[in-house]
Design a protein around this ligand. Sequence first.
Ligand code: FAD
Ligand code: DLZ
Ligand code: SF4
Length: 523
Amino acid sequence: MTGRLIFVLGDQLSRGLSALADIDPSQDVVLMVEVREEGTYVPHHKQKIAFLLSAMRHFADDLRAEGLRVDYVRLDDPDNTHSFTGELARAVARHKPQSVIVTRPGEWRVGVMVATWSELLGVSVAMREDTRFFCSVEDFAALTARGKTKRMENFYREMRRRTGFLMAAGKPIGGKWNYDAENRKALPKGHKLPKRKRFAPDAITRDVMALVEAQFPDHFGDLARFGWPVTRAEALQALDDFITHALPQFGDWQDAMKTGENFLYHALLSPALNVGLLTAAEVCEAAEAAYEAGHVPLNAAEGFIRQILGWREFVRGLYWTEMPAYGQTNALKATRPLPEFYWSGQTKMHCIAEVVRGTRQNAYAHHIQRLMVTGNFALLAGIAPAEIEAWYLAVYADAFDWVELPNTHGMVAHADGGRLGSKPYAASAAYIGRMSDYCRGCRYDAKARTGANACPFNYLYWNFLIAHRDTFGANPRMALPYKALDRFDKAEQAAIRAAAEDFLAKMHTPEGVPPAQMSLGDW
Ligand code: FAD
Ligand code: DLZ
Ligand code: SF4
């Protein structure tokens, strides 16, 4: 008979996890399970699955090295039932524990499973809070109830006050809370980017990569460029590399995009953070220390800390206080299916082809690529929120429902009616042209609104404004675009609508080319 069975899920790979806090090595057993259901509830990118499984195997080894007992079920175990519930049931039969301990899962979907376990398996199940965040769900609910912190910016300021990051005598260092106005630069020609640290797969990762290739052969994504940190030691090296080589310029080029460049000055830390190899606190502390040492300017340190202390905490609080209703809204009544080119990358729209290429190769795209290229297109084209969400959840190594859903459902699709963002992140080719070199290599004309070569982002953008005037026409943050739209005469507005309708009707074939006649030259 075992003491307690401590179930550690794949995104709970932190030694400081609440479920592990009082583990008794002489009696308790840690359970970790690799199951197909978690790899296939959406068809995850091969790199994402390999990352998760390799990080899990390394974490189990670290626990064993510490003298803890770990019962680890592998994906190719012939008796594997391939679900969390099935594997917990088998483990309860094996160990006959007095109780099961689990830290609250990150995803609502899994939380629903946990709620059934006690009755189903006839064993007491204690669920502990996930203490790896700055703001507990209860605190978030209390703050939101006060009204003032309903929006991210005010929530972030409150979190700065509470944690003391970049604060002096109760005031923000430098006198401003937010330095984003300095953070919207495009990369100048010839700008030399730093070489980013990637991690060559070790024997465990190579084993897992072969397993993934064999078990999930049809899933999206390449494994060849796998370079994610899979241990805590590697994650700490990745953090150090970012702080030393990229953070100093993170602020300046945060929104920039460049053909062939996947990482620029971004942290590349979200997969490690989201599975628990790094804590949010130590990452923010490292950024603050680099600022205090004079290594990093304030706009970079503040901008970076805001992403974690502000956005990451805010979306997590929103998710857990508003689910499951949050995921079910569709404020803009968007119903179109996701075009095939989100998977194939085969489209004449160079910006989308480029983001899908990077996504396929690395299971990564940076925030502006996700928001203003693939996200912006999905918003303008009226793609159904559930279709967009399933894609983002599948293709990024850092994607877990609690963080992916608010970003996609709220920030991209505006399906939450403006709970997350006070205006939709809709933009024409002018934005993409300003922040990247994509338009220079494109077969569409970024300057044209209508006509055979006009960029689809242009007529779709103006068509979006026309179609949603009832929703956004009175929004003061949308006054400028509506003023611009109203300067177009009736004929121009009719031409925009016709171009958009034509494009949307044909977009499921590569921009109107009948499938039978498709050849690579058409893309
Ligand atoms: P950096 O750009 O260097 O930012 C530093 C850190 O800040 C990130 O590691 C991340 O932890 C945090 N962060 C930044 N922006 C956000 C944000 N909007 N929400 C939450 N945390 C943020 N992030 C995920 O971690 N998982 C997701 O599934 C995810 N899905 C997204 C979907 C869409 C449509 C959009 C627009 C954004 C999504 N993001 C998601 C947020 C953001 O794009 C990623 O966190 C970021 O690209 C990760 O790369 P990085 O570590 O290089 O981040
Ligand atoms: C994403 C993922 C994958 C692909 N595989 C596993 C797995 O085999 N075992 C596991 O414990 N976790 C996996 N995960 C992460 C889970 O989906 C994640 O822990 C839950 O969704 C959190 O609620
Ligand atoms: Fe994208 Fe339009 Fe620019 Fe082409 S012209 S890269 S489709 S924004």
